[in-house]
Structures are given as structure tokens and as C-alpha cells.
Design a binder for this molecule. Structure first.
Ligand code: GLU
Length: 479
């Protein structure tokens, strides 16, 4: 068995969001750093809220981010099945509950919802924390048998052990202790026979020989329940690491209110998987040398839980955008074309291919790469290459070129005309140099009117690349 077995255990009750993805990423990084095994377990025992399309969104999100798994649903593995609904159907939770009933570490409870609500209300009115009364423990074996025989609904509760506290050492937070007296005898199996989250989770982590449980800090309060279950089941306790929350810019927990939170939304908004991977890795973790842009391999090699911070990590979309731009500029011409193509509208693609060869199309997107922060930006930046004569004229509108502008344009035109054959970016560079020299004007005074007259836009892609792609004929026509 691999010495490190880390699981990612999402519930398919919503689209994969950034917080859950960050848990997956840190778990995956930990497993990879230690040459361990990364297990995906789908926790779908909440039948009301679990939906198979959410499960698909989890698979897609993981695979898009490049978080490969060794064991999981559909893939199988030595501890299959990896869907809790399938494990429930095999009777695994029932068997574990029976084992605890047998050892008198769990018991049947027939209390009605009304009774429990009344007890809870009483505790509240007396200002004390509610803990289940253990009324059901007073039932005799015969009472229980009789109730079971008549089909009275019941749950199976765990009998909290007598010791006062339970302590675990969190890898990120150090020792954390809980007073057991404040924790009710919680439900293991609900009245419909389905297991509670804490029960299914502990039974499965034990059965799957999970060595490290890495999850959000919102699960800290579940950990004491899982610890006492490990003890009762006679299982080895894994190491726990509770990750800091991801916060919005206002320092409250990241939510829809702060904008897009699902992974799909980021993919659709034109973020690259490498960039999101890199950015998310820095949400609560930092590299020892404070480097920010790192490859997957570098992050994998450097990742330790000891460098994960305790305090919440602010999700800063401006920084993510900046990082995405850095990653866009790292792509070579073909990779950039493949990345942006899905983000160019049908109409623009048609206009591009009507006017330019496939190679020039690649040159075009490459010429605007410095302008792109997200891939969706591409549409606006290719326009200059495909504008019709009418929209060019409309853009130019009533712009009046000054006397010095006219001088610049005349010089530019003269050199263009004198050039035999097609126009390369190096030719444009040379012509611009000549115009600068002969006019005696500064760069702004030369480049601006040329860009405006040739394209109708005051700013845009790098001029030599832009003008050489637009071609000599069109420039002569427009100047
Ligand atoms: N199914 C739980 C969730 O999605 C998993 C918690 C855990 O990792 O133990 O929050």
C-alpha cells in the first residue's frame, strides 16, 4: 500500500466551486508531493440534494485542472465502490452500525421529531446547549424488539464515550480539543436507513485506509465525531489538515455575491487551466522563496502542509486576471490559436478565414497577445483585422488630420509605394524609422496618425505586426 493515501470527498449537491476545487488541489498536491495515491470519493448519501449532473461537473472540473485520480467512481480501485450510494446499497454502513450496536457503542432511538424539538426548545429556553437526552437508552431489549416488530420508525445513534475531551493534532493548526459533553449522541443511520455524513465519512476513510484528511476548516467541528467513531470502529486515525476559508475582497466567506464561484464559469470566462492552478495554489499556501508564477511541477515539488496558513485567503480576481495574462503570453503561436479559437465568434472566424490564410490567422492572434488578460478578450482585438470598409470609415468619422499628421502620412505612403513586394514586420519597422528620421518628429507624433489612418483605432496591436498583416495594398488605399 502507498504510504500516503489522500481522498477528495465532495458531495454532488452543486456545481464544483472554487473552495471545493482548492481542497481538491491541495489534497492532490500533497498526494503528488509524497508519491501517494489520490482518491475521489463521491459523498452522495443525501439523495434529496445529490444530482448526477453535479457529479459530472466535479469530474470535468478536476480533469480540466489536471487533477488526475488513481482511484474513484467509474475508474475503480482496490477499495471500490467509490460512490457512497453504491456502498450503502452493499450494506456497508448498515454492517458497521450493526457492529457498533452489537458492542453497545450505538443504540436504537425511537424518539419522534416532535419530542426532540420540544427537548431542544426547552434547552434553548433554559439557556443551555442542547444535547440529546438519551431517553432511548432506557428502553429494554424487549421494548426495542416490540417496536421493531411493529415497524416503528427509528434512527441509530452513536453512544458518545465517557471521556471528557478528545484532542487531535491538526497539521496546520496544532492541537485542537473538544469537550465531548457538549456533543449529542449523533445519528449514524437515519430513519430511511441512509447514513449521516459523519458516519459514512469515518467508515469510508477507515475502510479505504486514508492516511490524510485534507478539507476546509468548516469541517473542524465534525472531526471530534469522526475521532470517536474511529476509536469505536478500532480504526487507525488519519492525520487531519483543515484549510483556511477562501474569502471575498470584503473578507467574508467567498460566495456568489462576490461574482463567479463555479469552476465552469472561470473556464467559460477565458481563464487557462494552468493559470487557475497556479493562482489557486497560492490561496492559503506560499512557496518558500515567495515566487508567484510557478509551473505545476514546481508547485508539486515545493508543496507542504506546513506552509499552509491558518488565516483566510482572499480571492482577488484582479490578480487572477493578471496571472492569466502572464500565462497567455507564454503560449506559442499554435497553442494560442487553439486556446482562443473557441472564444472567437462564428462571424469573426468566418471574416478572418475569408480574408487570411490559416497561418496569418495565427499571426493575427499572436500579434494581440499582449492585450489579452482573458481569452474572451480576443473578439474585440481581432476586429481591427476584419473591419469592413464601411465600419473603418465610420470609426474614422470626422477626424481631422493636422498638417504634421499629413506630412507623416505622405512620407509613410511614399516609402510604402517604393517597396517592392509584400510588407514584412521588419519592412514596417524600417519605414517607421525612416519616417521618424525624415519628419524629425517624436514617436507619438508619427505612430498615432499612421495607426489611426490605417485602422481607424487610436490604439491596438503592435504596429509592425498589425500593418504587415493588413497588407500594403490596404494601407496605400487608406493613407
Ligand atoms: N462531503 C463533504 C463535503 O463535501 C466532505 C467533507 C470531508 O472532506 O470530510 O463537504
Amino acid at each position: 500500500m502507498a504510504s500516503v493515501r489522500v481522498r477528495f470527498a465532495p458531495s454532488p449537491t452543486g456545481n464544483l466551486h472554487l473552495g471545493t476545487l482548492r481542497t481538491a488541489l491541495f489534497s492532490w498536491l500533497y498526494a503528488r508531493h509524497h508519491q501517494g495515491v489520490f482518491v475521489l470519493r463521491i459523498e452522495d448519501t443525501d439523495l434529496q440534494r445529490s444530482e448526477s449532473h453535479y457529479e459530472t461537473s466535479i469530474f470535468e472540473g478536476l480533469s480540466w485542472l489536471g487533477l488526475d485520480i488513481e482511484e474513484g467512481p467509474d475508474l475503480g480501485g482496490a477499495y471500490a465502490p467509490y460512490r457512497q450510494s453504491e456502498r450503502a446499497a452493499l450494506g456497508l454502513y448498515q454492517a458497521a452500525a450493526d457492529q457498533l450496536l452489537e458492542k453497545k457503542l450505538a443504540y436504537y432511538c425511537f424518539c419522534t421529531t416532535e419530542e426532540l424539538a420540544a427537548d431542544r426548545a426547552l434547552a434553548e429556553s433554559e439557556g443551555r446547549p442542547y444535547v440529546y437526552s438519551r431517553k432511548a437508552l432506557e428502553l429494554s431489549e424487549a421494548d426495542i424488539a416490540a417496536k421493531l416488530a411493529t415497524g416503528e420508525p427509528y434512527v441509530i445513534r452513536f453512544k458518545m464515550p465517557a471521556h471528557e475531551t478528545v484532542t487531535f493534532q491538526d497539521v496546520i493548526r496544532g492541537d485542537i480539543s473538544f469537550e465531548l459533553g457538549l456533543i449529542s449522541d449523533f445519528v449514524l443511520l437515519k430513519s430511511d436507513g441512509t447514513p449521516s455524513y459523519n458516519f459514512a465519512c469515518a467508515v469510508d476513510d477507515a475502510a479505504m485506509e486514508i492516511t490524510h484528511v485534507i478539507r476546509g476548516e468548516d469541517h473542524i467541528s465534525n472531526t471530534p465525531k469522526q475521532l470517536v467513531l474511529y476509536e469505536a470502529l478500532g480504526a487507525k486515525v488519519p492525520l487531519f489538515a483543515h484549510l483556511p476559508m477562501i474569502l471575498g475582497p470584503d473578507k467574508s466567506k467567498l460566495s456568489k455575491r462576490h461574482g463567479a464561484t463555479s469552476v465552469t464559469e472561470y473556464r467559460e470566462a477565458g481563464y487557462l487551466s494552468d493559470a487557475l492552478f497556479n493562482y489557486m495554489a497560492l490561496l492559503g499556501w506560499s512557496s518558500p522563496d515567495a515566487r508567484e508564477i510557478m509551473t505545476r511541477e514546481e508547485i508539486m515539488a515545493l508543496f507542504t502542509l506546513e506552509r499552509v496558513s491558518k488565516s483566510g485567503a482572499v480571492f482577488d480576481v484582479v490578480k487572477l486576471k493578471w496571472m492569466n495574462g502572464q500565462y497567455i503570453r507564454k503560449l506559442d503561436k499554435s497553442a494560442l490559436w487553439d486556446a482562443v479559437k473557441p472564444f472567437i465568434s462564428e462571424a469573426a472566424l468566418e471574416a478572418l478565414s475569408a480574408r487570411y490564410s490559416p497561418d496569418v490567422c495565427k499571426d493575427i492572434v499572436f500579434s494581440v497577445r499582449d492585450n489579452l488578460d482573458v481569452l474572451t478578450d480576443i473578439e474585440q482585438y481581432v476586429q481591427v483585422y476584419i473591419d469592413s470598409l464601411a465600419s473603418y470609415k465610420e470609426k474614422l468619422g470626422s477626424i481631422q488630420f493636422s498638417e504634421s499628421d499629413r506630412q507623416v502620412l505622405a512620407l509613410f505612403l511614399e516609402h510604402l509605394r517604393a517597396l517592392p513586394g509584400a510588407l514584412s514586420p521588419a519592412d514596417v519597422d524600417r519605414i517607421l524609422e525612416l519616417v521618424l528620421e525624415q519628419s524629425g518628429f517624436g514617436k507619438g507624433k508619427v505612430f498615432k496618425p499612421i495607426r489611426l489612418a490605417c485602422t481607424g483605432y487610436p490604439s491596438g496591436p503592435h504596429l509592425p505586426e498589425l500593418l504587415s498583416i493588413l497588407g500594403k495594398e490596404l494601407l496605400i488605399e487608406r493613407c
